[in-house]
Design a protein around this ligand. Structure first.
Ligand code: UTP
Length: 227
């Protein structure tokens, strides 16, 4: 099979488990993926931790002194739980094992499911590593935002939506380091790696199936393109 048929999707946990598990989203997502599988595409899907990760991390913080590694492992297990949910949705199509280490060779399957890797990383970071490993140049980052904004639109009324950004412009908007449970449009470490690899990242709102479909068909889409 051709390497170019891979599409890599960093599926933010905030899309899978915004509060409770969004089964309606998962049904629509599964239908979309299956339609593109039928057209010959292959997918690498990386599950985020969402509110499950944050609930556990917050509980640990409330219960006493915490160490970054413990918070990260709680997050990693949450991402793997979500990854296993995807694996059960795609039982017929996905490689049977969740890929825990994105530096290993990519198995031959129609769908590869991955999740958190190691403390200090993020699922965006895993997604960029897997894309590099698979030779894929395009990555879709599904999250709960319609666009990347020039500032936080919840707190800054002058925030502008960004439809297209260079890596330099995008990286300038991100915090320069990563903390467990951080909410940012993309992990800054992963962004620097993706920039160095010359990748293209599309940030699209998870519920916007039509826009994901448009991007996969190389059409104009609602969201932010970073290249
Ligand atoms: P993510 O922050 O990647 O998932 O992992 P998320 O919840 O989907 O993020 P959003 O919704 O897109 O913003 C959750 C937590 O798991 C730990 C980190 O603590 C991270 O904040 N984690 C995840 C790791 O330590 N290593 C990994 O490789 C992945």
């Amino acid at each position: 099979m051709l390497q170019s048929s891979w599409a890599v999707i960093s599926l933010g946990g905030s899309v899978i488990v915004p509060d409770t598990i969004d089964t309606e989203f998962l049904k629509a997502f599964a239908a979309l993926i299956r339609a593109h599988l039928a057209a010959g595409m292959r997918f690498i899907i990386i599950a985020g931790g969402g509110s499950t990760a944050r609930n556990y991390q917050n509980a640990a913080r409330e219960l006493g002194e915490t160490f970054p590694d413990d918070l990260d492992w709680l997050g990693i297990h949450a991402t793997r739980l979500n990854g296993h949910l995807l694996r059960s949705v795609f039982r017929a199509e996905a490689h049977p094992k969740l890929i825990a280490d994105p530096s290993l060779p990519i198995p031959d399957a129609k769908i590869i499911i991955s999740a958190g890797w190691k403390p200090g990383a993020s699922t965006d970071h895993v997604a960029v590593q897997l894309a590099k490993n698979a030779g894929a140049k395009k990555l879709i980052n599904l999250s709960n935002i319609e666009y990347v904004y020039s500032a936080d639109p919840h707190t800054d009324p002058t925030a502008q939506k960004i439809e297209r950004a260079t890596w330099a412009e995008f990286i300038a908007l991100l915090p320069d380091h990563w903390d467990p449970g951080l909410h940012a449009p993309f992990d800054p470490v992963a962004a620097r790696d993706a920039a160095a690899l010359g990748m293209e990242v599309a940030v699209i709102k998870g519920g916007y199936s039509t826009e994901i479909d448009n991007y996969l068909r190389n059409k104009a889409f609602v969201g932010t393109l970073i290249a």
